[in-house]
Design a protein around this ligand. Structure first.
Ligand code: NAD
Length: 355
């Protein structure tokens, strides 16, 4: 298979970690007979410096002509004082909107080798955690009408959803659950919100098409509590934009390893943008200290969700697990008795396992 990938290294540690992820992709290409062609583009602070805007039109064009996008991270203290529309993070919103990415996948994966980093008790974590949060990304209250009263003493935000918007994200949730442990939890607030009642009706209407998947409904407040009380009950969670924003952060933060977690934002045709959940970590940029695993696991997601290369994705994830088994750690996940390595060596170790 021949695939075109747009690379957006961005700022801070972005270039350090994207470089390692590309090494892993190339190793996958060599072992399994695929060819990956890369087009590197600017976004974020480096794009502001070079072109005056956080998301140059050429970057969006290059992404549109590619099969998938791999992004490092954007932002840093150098650009912190810029006004709203000129901030580096605007590039992310521009890319998500411009590429029509409505489905955000946020795995909360805790490797048993790193369970000491988890904030939950050992008996609650068991042999690790593996939850996938599927969040609607382009609708709901973040995009609804908002405003202030004339006197400025009142304000409102509107949550709105169409059946079409609900159906396409819920179908993604069912499809992803099908490829995993086949349990889907739909999260809403149907006891109060009309959008949630429409959400639940839509889920119920399409559920018979996925009768191999066990479906549960939870109210969002209960879901937030269950995530820390008994996280093992969850396989895939599907929910609207704001609930998903909050629950995906909660789920990923209980794993305690920010340098380990990937994410994906997808379109209906499975085109996707893949990126680690962490930021540009300016404090360790260019020092060979960053953990490249979140970005390498983002590449595994790209292989799985955009290219449907399951065997290849499994190989990358197994390579990461095997390197952890052998005790190799970057500084952020270092613990007593383990062997500390830098960004490049971690990349090389994972490449050697893929090969
Ligand atoms: P951050 O995620 O960059 O860093 C938080 C802490 O985690 C830091 O101590 C950092 O060194 C550490 N860390 C993060 N990733 C790491 C990795 N891969 N390996 C080892 N340690 C790692 O969050 P922040 O400090 O709040 O933000 C820094 C900049 O990143 C800001 O400009 C912010 O706006 C931006 N940001 C960008 C994104 C993105 O591009 N998606 C997301 C969040 C923050």
């Amino acid at each position: 298979m021949k695939m075109k990938i747009a690379l957006i290294p961005g700022d801070g540690i972005g270039p350090d970690i994207v470089q390692e992820a590309v090494k892993v992709l190339d190793a996958v290409g060599a072992v399994y007979g695929h060819s990956f062609e890369y087009a590197t583009c600017l976004a974020g602070g480096c794009a502001i410096d070079a072109t005056g805007v956080p998301l140059p039109a050429t970057t969006l064009e290059t992404c549109k002509k590619s099969d998938a996008v791999l992004l490092g991270a954007v932002g840093g203290p150098k650009w912190d004082k810029l006004a709203g529309s000129m901030r580096p993070e605007k590039a992310l919103l521009g890319l998500r909107g411009g590429l029509g990415l409505f489905c955000n996948l946020r795995p909360a994966l805790l490797y048993k080798q790193l369970s000491a980093a988890c904030t939950l008790r050992e008996d609650i974590i068991g042999d690790g955690l593996d939850i996938m949060v599927v969040r609607e990304l382009t609708g709901g209250i973040y995009f609804g009408e908002r405003g202030r009263s004339a006197a400025g003493d009142a304000a409102y935000d509107t949550m709105a959803y169409t059946v079409e918007e609900i159906e396409r994200i819920v179908r993604k949730g069912f499809e992803i659950a099908r490829k995993r442990r086949k349990i889907l939890t739909s999260v809403d607030k149907a006891n109060i919100l009309e959008t949630s009642r429409l959400w639940r009706e839509t889920v119920e209407r399409i559920a018979p098409e996925y009768s191999d998947v066990t479906l549960n409904h939870l109210y969002v407040d209960n879901a937030a509590m269950q995530l820390v009380r008994n996280p093992h009950q969850f396989d895939v969670i599907v929910t609207e934009n704001m609930f998903g924003d909050i629950l995906s952060d909660e789920a990923s933060m209980i794993t305690g390893s920010i340098g380990m977690l990937p994410s994906a934002s997808l379109r209906a045709d499975n085109f996707g943008m893949y990126e680690p959940i962490h930021g540009s970590a300016p404090d360790i940029a260019g020092k060979d200290l960053a953990n490249p695993i979140a970005t390498i696991l983002s590449v595994a997601m790209m292989l799985r969700y955009t290219f449907s290369l399951t065997k290849e994705a499994d190989a990358v994830e197994a390579a990461v697990s095997s390197v952890l088994d052998e005790g190799w750690r970057t500084g952020d996940i270092m613990s007593e008795g383990m062997k500390q390595v830098g960004t490049k060596r971690m990349g090389d170790l994972i490449v050697s396992k893929v090969k």
